[in-house]
Write a protein that binds this ligand. Sequence first.
Ligand code: URA
Length: 232
Amino acid sequence: MQRGRLDKFISKRLNVSRRDVRLMLAQQRIVVDGAIANDIGQQIDKFSLITFDNKVLQEQQANYIMLHKPVGVVSATKDEKHKTVIDLINLPEKGSLHIVGRLDLNTSGLVLLTNDSRWSERLTLPESKVEKIYQVTIEKPLTEHYIDAFSKGMYFAFEDITTKPAKLEILSEFVARVSLIEGRYHQIKRMFGRFDNKVIKLHRQQIGNLLLDSCLQAGQSRPLTQEEMLKI
Ligand code: URA
């Protein structure tokens, strides 16, 4: 269930009529997330904790995980050849997680995983314009031309799209910070490819206002705090 009405859920789950549900609510026998329910139209979702006469009818924990993805690990839930980001997670219910914004095999850095698809959809919708920030090391020296070209966008014939304005900051001769609000296939590598400049190292440092925790070594993960989950 993504989201729906409480009365519909109770009626189906206990095989009773909606009229019976009204009565149960009036008798204060249904509790949602610790509060006695009294509104038949109350909205619930798959993470609502719902009890009837103190018996749990629905209980699922929402998980929000930050992972420091190492190079050589694939952003997939299953893979024949490589270790996956899921293999790195130490959580009994890790099978229900999905990845919020993949990274290439040879890219490292911040990956988010969750079982809450409403949260991940909000983060990945193009109109949400959530910035993803990468540190990029390239083979040949950077010039000011890159800044302009990245901000103007580049035409990708294969997808027939022009990339959205991207910010490029020159940190040193061979290192740039790039901020994207979309995630096209191999986007950063292809953008530097226009200058015939090979990406040697690519690391995602930030998604929205969430920074990769510097205490996490490559391969380590931790749950997001409630504050982090909400602020992103
Ligand atoms: N751009 C790339 O080329 N690769 C990534 O993993 C992310 C952005």
